[in-house]
Design a protein around this ligand. Structure first.
Ligand code: ADP
Length: 250
C-alpha cells in the first residue's frame, strides 16, 4: 500500500474517491490483468507506445472497472488513448446496432480532425486526433466511426437506418444537441460510454438529459477542471473517481 502511494507520488498521480483501482505499469501487464485482446496490444506497440503515460496508467483501469471518471492531465499527456483503449476493449468488435460509444469534443479540436478524417487513408500517422487514434488502435477490427461537426453534411449519420452501421460517434457539443433536439436522436438506446472533453459545457443540460440510461458509463477528460464544471459533473456521475496528473489544480 505504501509502495502504491510512492508510485503515484513519483508520477504525480493524485486520486480521489472510493475503491480506486491500482494503476498499471506496462502494456503487457495491462493485457494480462484485464484480458485486453491481442490485436489491441499489437496496435499499441505498432503505434510506437512503449510504456503508458501516467494518465493512462491510472485512468484505463478505472474505466475498465466500469467506473465514472473525471480526469485532469496536461495537454499532450496522452488523454486520448486513455479513453479510446477502454472503449475499443469494451466494444469488442463492430456490430450494426448503432452508436455504442459517444465522444464529445470541442469544435476547435475536431476542426483539424475533419481534414484528417478525409485523408485518413493517405496519412495514417498524422497527429494524435481522436479519430486518428481510434483508427490506429483498431487496425484489424472494422469499427465504423461517425463524425458529426458543423462542417459535416446535416444528414450524415442521422436517419436511424444510417446510424445503424456506426459503432462510435464523435461529435461537437452543439452538433450533438442539434441531433438530439431536431433529429430525435436517442443516446440512451445503445450508448455504453460517454466521453467528454473540455469545452462542452454550454450544452450540457440537453446532452445529459439524453444520457439518462442507468448503465451509461461517463468519463470526463480535460486539461483543467473549473470548480463549476466539477460540481456539474458530480450531479450526473455515479461515485466518480477523480484523477489529477501534475501539480495543476491539485
Ligand atoms: P492529450 O489528449 O492529453 O492532449 P494526446 O492524447 O493527444 O494528448 O497525446 C499526445 C501525443 O502523445 C499523441 O501524438 C499520442 O499519439 C502520443 N502518445 C499517447 N500515448 C502515448 C504513449 N503511451 N507513449 C508514447 N506516445 C504516446
Amino acid at each position: 500500500k505504501e509502495q502504491l502511494a510512492l508510485f503515484r507520488n513519483h508520477l504525480k498521480i493524485k486520486v480521489y474517491g472510493t475503491d480506486i483501482p491500482n494503476p498499471f505499469r506496462s502494456f503487457e501487464g495491462l493485457g494480462k490483468q484485464y484480458q485486453v485482446e491481442p490485436y489491441l496490444q499489437r496496435n499499441i506497440l505498432a503505434s510506437g507506445f512503449k510504456k503508458p503515460t501516467p494518465i493512462q496508467m491510472q485512468a484505463i483501469p478505472v474505466i475498465l472497472h466500469g467506473r465514472d471518471i473525471m480526469a485532469m492531465a496536461p495537454t499532450g499527456s496522452g488523454k486520448t488513448m486513455a479513453f479510446v483503449l477502454p472503449i475499443l476493449h469494451d466494444l469488442k468488435g463492430p456490430e450494426k446496432v448503432g452508436y455504442r460509444a459517444v465522444i464529445i469534443s470541442p469544435t476547435r479540436e475536431l476542426a483539424t480532425q475533419a481534414s484528417i478524417y478525409i485523408n485518413a487513408k493517405e496519412s495514417p500517422n498524422s497527429s494524435g486526433s481522436i479519430f486518428n487514434q481510434i483508427k490506429k488502435l483498431s487496425v484489424g477490427r472494422k469499427f465504423k466511426v461517425c463524425m458529426l461537426t458543423k462542417a459535416t453534411a446535416a444528414t450524415q449519420g442521422q436517419a436511424p437506418h444510417l446510424r445503424q452501421k456506426y459503432d462510435i460517434l464523435i461529435s461537437t457539443p452543439l452538433r450533438l444537441v442539434h441531433a438530439i433536439q431536431q433529429e430525435k436522436m436517442e443516446l440512451d438506446q445503445y450508448v455504453s460510454h460517454k466521453l467528454l472533453e473540455q469545452g462542452f459545457l454550454e450544452q450540457t443540460d440537453e446532452i445529459f438529459a439524453a444520457c439518462s440510461h442507468p448503465s451509461l458509463q461517463k468519463s470526463l477528460f480535460s486539461a483543467t477542471l473549473p470548480s463549476g464544471v466539477e460540481a456539474l459533473a458530480n450531479t450526473f456521475m455515479r461515485s466518480p473517481i477523480r484523477i489529477v496528473i501534475g501539480s495543476k489544480n491539485a
